[in-house]
Ligand binder design. Structure first.
Ligand code: EPZ
Length: 418
């Protein structure tokens, strides 16, 4: 069990390169099972969610080889269509294996992924979409059993632009007979990345990034080598770290338009932002101003995966901020930890009222989930004095070399055996 030991109060300077996007690499790995050819995903981040997805692919009989950060999957030998409950519980996003297993084997079985640290996270939108494509679904003994004679293209409307459901529909419709028209699709950059990846494998998909995606089924897909889009959430986390701790950093590899409203919000805090091509520079000097209101929404609205980090920033800004979490039911579990540091936050259901204080003081903190854990690290960097942070398995799910990258920016942070 490791812990972070952080000495707060140091400004950050320098540059950091974003990793490939966790929330793109995971569906891309699921898509590898759609062909018997070898597929290589370049620069996959060495994070535990990627390791877990590799484990799931191996359980299905695929061969997964890492060479540096490149991962090569060959699933000629894959034949298993069932994913164990242990792995589904560990990695909720394994639910989009359903789509790719059905497209490959016409059957799939996964343990019900169930809720997690941030909410119930049902999969009704996934299952109703698969049913539209001709999948028979049976839920028994905690498992979901899916079978189909052949996937048939269909018109599908999503009541809510679910990222995972949109990805599952692309993964199952890509080899279906005929055309699928998906309306109400999620528009996140990771959906566009999945479309580009599948088209590089010979698929015929267009419209990702808009409300309507058209997938013309093809007979088979072939291998490819692909460099995923960079991680806008990891990049945003470093930008917010600099805003909270002060200083000037540059984050490389991420497009400004992929960060949506974050840059606008950081300017509202009175940070200076300069974005050119895939480089974003932020300068933060003196006491920041609180955001009047932050509402999390599907892309291109403010990303829920940066909500906790922005609450941490507003804790040390001047004024009062209202933060509304519209995507998940319980995504404020990190707040009691911030209160240990002297933060003034009031939670009422899905809303948090944050009253900025001059300074937070260091404390011993416990990570409860991935992005809440990242928020604790940011608060500790901005606080006065030492902090210790345990529960690092949560942040290791999504941040490669988190302490190493922060140290390179001048933070006083060490990862030690707890
Ligand atoms: C993806 O999760 C991301 N994970 C999440 O990132 C991200 O927070 C989320 O999209 C929203 O952007 C990956 O890409 C691996 P959703 P996903 O389906 O697909 C409800 C992180 O920190 N819903 O868009 O699970 C659901 O309950 C993670 O990197 C249904 O009601 O998100 C939630 O309230 C956390 N029925 C909302 O939609 C369904 O069938 C958004 O869920 C599916 C979803």
């Amino acid at each position: 069990m490791d812990k972070f030991v952080i000495e707060g109060g140091r400004r950050l300077y320098g540059s950091v390169r974003a990793q490939s996007a966790k929330n793109s690499v995971l569906p891309l790995l699921a898509a590898c099972i759609l062909t018997e050819d070898e597929v290589t995903i370049r620069e996959a981040p060495p994070i535990t969610d990627v390791g877990c997805m590799a484990q799931i692919l191996r359980e299905l009989g695929a061969e997964v080889r890492f060479s540096g950060e490149d991962v090569t999957v060959s699933s000629a030998g894959a034949g298993e269509h069932r994913i164990s409950s242990a792995l589904t519980k560990e990695l909720r996003s394994s639910v989009f294996m359903l789509g790719s297993l059905l497209a490959r084997f016409k059957r799939a079985a996964i343990a019900y992924p169930g809720g997690c640290d941030i909410g119930l996270r049902p999969i009704d939108l996934h299952l109703s979409a698969l049913a539209r494509l001709g999948v028979k679904i049976e839920e028994r003994e905690g498992y979901i059993f899916c079978t189909c004679d052949r996937l048939e293209g269909a018109e599908i409307v999503l009541d809510f632009p679910s990222v995972g459901a949109t990805e599952n529909i692309l993964l199952s419709a890509v080899l279906a007979k005929g055309r699928t028209v998906l309306s109400g699709a999620a528009k996140e950059p990771e959906i566009v990345d999945l479309q580009n990846f599948l088209n590089a494998m010979g698929a015929n998909i267009r419209g990702a990034g808009t409300d309507t995606v058209v997938i013309d089924g093809v007979r088979s897909l072939h291998g490819t080598t692909y460099l995923p889009v960079k991680d806008r959430i990891e990049a945003g986390t470093y930008l917010i770290a600099c805003a909270a701790a002060g200083g000037e950093i540059e984050v490389e590899g991420v497009k400004a338009e992929h960060l949506g409203l974050l840059l606008h919000k950081l300017r509202e805090n009175s940070c200076k932002i300069h974005a050119k091509n895939d480089k974003i520079r932020i300068t933060s000097a003196g006491r920041l101003r609180c955001n009047r209101k932050i509402e999390t929404l599907p892309f291109p609205g403010f990303p829920t995966d940066l909500q906790a980090q922005m609450v941490a920033l507003n804790c040390v800004a001047d004024g009062c901020a209202l933060v509304v979490e519209n995507l998940f039911e319980t995504r404020f579990k990190y707040v009691p930890e911030l209160k240990k540091m002297g933060a003034d936050i009031e939670i009422n259901g899905r809303s948090a009222v944050v009253r900025g204080v001059e300074k937070l003081h260091g404390a011993t903190l416990v990570c409860k989930d991935l992005r809440g854990g990242a928020a604790l690290v940011l608060a500790a960097l901005a606080a006065e004095g030492p902090s210790e942070i345990v529960g690092l398995s949560h942040v290791d799910r999504g941040y490669a070399d988190f302490d190493g990258k922060l140290k390179k920016l001048g933070a006083k942070i060490a990862r030690v055996r707890a």
